[in-house]
Design a protein around this ligand. Structure first.
Ligand code: ATP
Ligand code: MG
Ligand code: MG
Ligand code: MG
Length: 565
């Protein structure tokens, strides 16, 4: 490809709206252009990078037995009503109507569609397991689309869904994906860390996030410096190594088990939430330094999150005037009863937590406690232990002091269990002819976010430094003086030879000063630059410069192809 013909509109200035480096550089280097907030066009170089990332993902999914399909972006509301998510997904769901007034949404994720497909087509244990995936645009009406490709409203995701006969099968599928993800991000040339992301079981492995390490990352990660231990967790999720509070033996005022309207037994709650409420009853009370109280209900994250989203919208209104609440980052729902402020505690900013109601959850099954005062009724030990894990805290696995780093979530793997297969009725007949519910997992990678994360991690003040495996082109050939026929002739020759040998190369044939071409080459981030100047013409030695190290090397003309390959 000749740079004079390449659709590569570079910019000299940093666009004002771009806050993070990847956004700035992808705009400046001519990779992306904005169409609307969180919606981008990918120009030729970006598309080449995306296709490379996709290809790496494909190969690793296929290696684990994944089969690629393509599901519709437009999804009928009926399926979402069946799963219960139509009402609870919230404003992030792009909804639309057809000309007959029927409701649809643009897929933010595909559990409903894929589960409906599999329930229809898979009937026997012999047909399981299945690992189905696609690479496709996803739509999420993010509250704050920002940071360019890192948080878009239209973005490309690889999503794979596993269907197994039982939990043991799911465990195998999950491990396969864990390995596949590790290989994908390694092959993309990224420094990353898989972290525990489950708010429930500490040390649990029901879900992991894959974090690309970068200072601009939205997520805070704690990790054990001892490589052989390997513990790492998202701080948002890793609340504490302690599994719940312990009520004091003697309290000034004995705690009463409450039995108020709106409070329900474990069995009732199980029915209401559709998950084993016992898993949710890990209620913790604590008090932050600012003296505000919160209760967390641990357990099935998605069920909670779905409910929480709904609750949060109510709370935002209710608490709009509460001066202490800076930013609501999450909430917890008391496991009892329908959503209402009575049952809701709010977890705001790390420091700012607010108790909405003085009635609080229990740390015992089947019990609610009235008039609880955390400082008084719970041991100080518990209060201390329940705060978020921080750098310097002992590793929950081995005790070594934890370290902290920031990360960008580029992928997540998740054991869904029977959450969707049960409500949508995805069953199969086992070897004894018994009907059983399939056990599912879901596994996402943000393709476009991965591209941006690669830039966050690999750049300098001059521009992008693409990892070779995902670079849009590998080599740029730069003639120093475009008026010099000998230089242009030699550059052309080198370019053609490299291209004929299957090397991804561009020739900067523009009538520009060499300084401009060098600047653009650095900005775009080609891993190698070959300079063709007078010296090259006279001595037959070409200067090869490596973008990552800045090193240069003289390579004889006749050895150039072998050298850059
Ligand atoms: P986040 O916590 O950043 O909002 P998520 O947990 O909601 O992400 P998942 O539902 O786990 O995202 O989706 C799988 C992957 O899709 C994420 O790991 C991320 O790489 C990518 N992704 C999610 N939301 C976006 C977005 N708005 N823009 C770009 N990529 C995204
Ligand atoms: Mg999200
Ligand atoms: Mg996330
Ligand atoms: Mg996620």
């Amino acid at each position: 490809m000749r740079v004079s013909q390449l659709f590569l509109p570079t910019l000299r200035e940093v666009p004002a709206e771009a806050e993070v480096v990847s956004h700035q550089l992808l705009l400046r280097a001519g990779f992306i252009r904005k169409a609307a907030a969180g919606v981008y066009t990918f120009l030729p170089l970006a598309w080449r990078v995306i296709k490379k990332i996709e290809q790496i993902i494909r190969e690793e999914m296929d290696r684990q037995g994944g089969q690629e399909i393509m599901m519709p972006i437009i999804q009928p509301a009926e399926l979402w009503q069946e799963s219960g998510r139509w009402d609870v997904y919230g404003p992030e769901l792009f909804r639309l109507k057809d000309r007959h007034g029927r409701d649809f949404c643009l897929g933010p994720t595909h559990e409903e569609i894929v589960t409906a497909l599999v329930r229809q087509e898979v009937n026997s244990y012999r047909q399981l397991p299945q690992l189905l995936y696609q690479i496709q645009n996803k739509y999420r009406d993010e509250r704050r689309p920002r940071f360019g490709l890192l948080r878009g409203r239209e973005f490309i995701m690889k999503d794979l869904y596993s269907f197994d006969r039982d939990e043991a099968g799911l465990e195998i599928s999950y491990q396969k994906m864990y390995e596949a993800y590790t290989r994908v991000f390694t092959r993309c040339g990224l420094k990353f860390r898989p972290v525990e992301a489950d708010s429930g079981a500490i040390g649990g492995n029901d879900t992991h996030e894959f974090m690309v390490l970068a200072d601009s990352g939205e997520a805070l990660v704690v990790f054990c410096p001892d490589e052989s231990c390997g513990y790492a967790a998202n701080v948002e999720r890793a609340i504490s190594p302690v599994q719940g509070g312990v009520a004091r033996e003697e309290t000034p005022q004995p705690l009463k088990t409450m039995d108020t309207p709106g409070m329900h037994t474990v069995e009732q709650v199980t029915g209401y939430l559709g998950v084993d409420a016992r898993r949710l009853i890990k209620t913790i009370l604590y008090q932050t330094e600012k003296g505000v109280v919160a209760a967390l209900v641990r357990g099935d994250r998605e069920v909670n999150e779905v409910k929480l989203q709904k609750v949060l919208d109510v709370l935002r209104l209710e608490l709009a005037n509460a001066a202490t609440v800076k930013r609501i980052t999450g909430a917890a729902v008391g496991y009892a009863g329908p959503v209402g402020l009575q049952d809701v505690w709010l977890v705001a900013d790390e420091e700012v937590m607010l108790l909405v109601n003085a009635v609080t959850g229990a740390n015992r099954d089947d019990a609610h406690l009235a008039n609880v005062n955390p400082g008084r009724d719970f041991t100080p030990q518990v209060v201390a232990d329940i705060r978020k894990v921080r750098a310097g805290d002992p590793c929950p696995k081995c005790g070594a002091p934890l370290k902290e780093t920031r990360g960008i979530e580029v992928g997540q793997i998740f054991k869904l269990g029977d959450k969707y297969s049960r409500v949508l009725g995805a069953t199969y007949l086992d070897e004894h002819g018994q009907s059983r519910t399939m056990i599912m997992g879901c596994y996402g990678i943000g393709v476009t976010r991965t591209m941006a994360a690669a830039v966050e991690q690999n750049h300098d003040e001059n521009g992008i430094i693409w990892p070779v495996s995902i670079a849009p082109f590998h080599v740029v050939v730069v003639p120093v003086n475009h008026r010099d026929e000998q230089q242009m002739g030699l550059a052309e020759e080198v370019y053609r030879e490299l291209e004929a040998n299957g090397i991804e190369v561009v020739l900067d044939d523009r009538p520009e000063r060499v300084g401009v071409k060098f600047k653009d080459a650095d900005l775009v981030g080609y891993p190698m630059r070959i300079t063709v100047g007078n010296q090259a013409v006279q001595t037959g030695e070409l200067e090869v410069r490596y973008r990552a190290s800045g090193e240069t090397r003289l390579v004889p003309r006749e050895r150039i192809t072998g050298h850059v390959r």
